[in-house]
Design a binder for this molecule. Sequence first.
Ligand code: BG6
Length: 367
Amino acid sequence: EKGGFDHFMLKEIHEQPKAYRDTMLGRIDEKTHKVVFPNLNMTPEYIRSIRQIHIVACGTAYHAGLVGGSVIEQLIRVPVSFEVASEYRYRNPIITPDTLVIVVSQSGETADTLAGLREAQANGAHVLAITNVVGSSIARDANDVIATLAGPEIAVASTKAYTSQIIAFNLLGLYMADIRGTMEASEIAHVIAAMQSLPEQVESLLAQSESIKAYAEHISKHEHLFFIGRGLDYAVAMEGSLKLKEISYIHSEAYAAGELKHGTLALIEEGIPVIALATQDALLEKTVSNIKEVKARGAEVMAITYEEHVADLMRSVDQVFAIPKTLPLLMPALSVVPLQLLAYYASLALGHDVDKPRNLAKSVTVE
Ligand code: BG6
């Protein structure tokens, strides 16, 4: 049942190329090079009327929302806010009929997320669910559903569901951008072509698992580490940090790279590992100066960037892991993969139960 892999998590990490393809399947019109969602209830008029978007989710699905919502905000220029589901309805959120609420849930059964959905509907919002389980409570109650076609996810730590959610968000962003006229047809076609290359690029990343494994064994001897990044790299840093904590129990913090010096820099001491995500061209120089700040305090830095920048970064860090190049807004779909492998191999090195970490359940149906 594990298809030759030692754990479900590793199997699911390796299923990502297929999950990406399946999530895109039937949603890209090969003739027009546009995104199609034939089953959505949202009309073009409604899509044009949206004035704000709330993204509501928990855990890893929330992290996918951070990436996906930022992408949508860039593509359609509508303000997006990100809401941890267990907080959302208790803070009396401002929900109007022109608020699109997107709930994200692998299982579709998370009680907190379901409660957020109900709060939004009670206030007249249209709720779109991005979920991996089409027969779930959240899928049933939502006004619209975009299914991620990742297949069943067994390991408690979510991997292929997260990346499929990112793919779904990108598709949705392109779909709405077309209807709202915020992107040219040629720009949409350009992003679609880049998305279609992602599965192969993930395959090439997976082929480099051994080098991540060696780094994970090194990390497993540490008690604390940091993940830093800016923009989408920061969102991915948060997911990388969560993944590592969930299954290896190594403490880590994800920090917006520019925010370190406003507080936490004091915790950077000699030898502390810092994983720096540096995949966003426009922010690269700034990230490199943050890398220098931690290096100056003795941190041991591993940078994740794409081939073109490896030589450059090698001058400021201890180690570089190269990922294939794609458009900046699609980078999270690649850069998270080494972080998933890192968490997996660190947990393995420490002898933990990778698929069933302590104190965590796959889906939590109590609030
Ligand atoms: C948590 C799980 O309880 O719920 C996480 O342990 C998960 O792995 C989170 O990300 C949200 O779950 P779902 O099914 O709503 O995406």
